[in-house]
Design a protein around this ligand. Sequence first.
Ligand SMILES: [Zn+2]
Length: 315
Amino acid sequence: MQRQPFPFFPDVEASARTGFAGNRIDRLAEARGKLPSLCVIAARSDAGLYLFQEDKALVTSGDGPLALHDIATAESLGFDPSAAILLGFDDGAPRLAARVTATGEVAGFRAVDLRSLAVEASLPAHDLGALAQARSLLNWHERHGFCSNCGARTAIAQAGYRRDCATCGAQHFPRTDPVVIMLVVDGDRCVLGRQYRFQAGVYSCLAGFVEPGETLEDAVRREISEEAGLRVGAVAYHASQPWPFPSSLMVGCFAEARSFDLVREVDELEDVRWFSRNEVAAMLADRHPEGFKVPPAMAIAHHLIEAYVSGGAPR
Ligand SMILES: [Zn+2]
């Protein structure tokens, strides 16, 4: 086992337990400007492509689905190499992402949204991680065809990691939006809430986008004040999770409650309440008497709650 330089940290990084966290692609960012064209890279015999039909990943049907496809498969499904992006290299082999033009059901394949793929956990973690990278980048390209500085058309550069404007010279880079997601704790109880769109009985950690000019801690304190009406003191980072919907980084924290009367933000939350540690333990084990549940194991909220129940959270 690798030596743990911080003895107070767990052996397995908490982020590594979340869905989409297993990406092993070497991005070789420093080499992007010197690579041959993506058409040449895609034609290499060791090239592999992650393919999307509209917003869903194409995986082979049947047991042990495969998410990585060869160039011949990509071409048979309608693949345009000029619209592909290079994710990077896996053990030296290029890994690309592209949308295909094939519509409707494709024999031998399933088109599945990434949330469902992460929940069903039938793919290796490294494929789920690469698919998250692919979805965020493809989505970014499709929404940044025009320069936000001057309005002219932009062109792909750096193998898909930049878009350039030839008119004003601006360079545009893919962005990642930080979202804080937090478990507010008060000793042996914690706060969970329900958004209106959640499945019946599911309660989760509260969450919200970090705003310009905020620290992560400030964002946690503001979101909890807005959504639940609580004052929060100390905030401690626990784990992060890439969240490709379309391009967020979930930053999971524990937060110390300093006031205790919940005031729900009715536009966002259907319910928010205190749960005892025993109650959330029952929810994690799917044996809560009222059928309440927490999000599935792919979600960072699940791991915040699990760490709290097992005593890993700050006391
Ligand atoms: Zn421009």
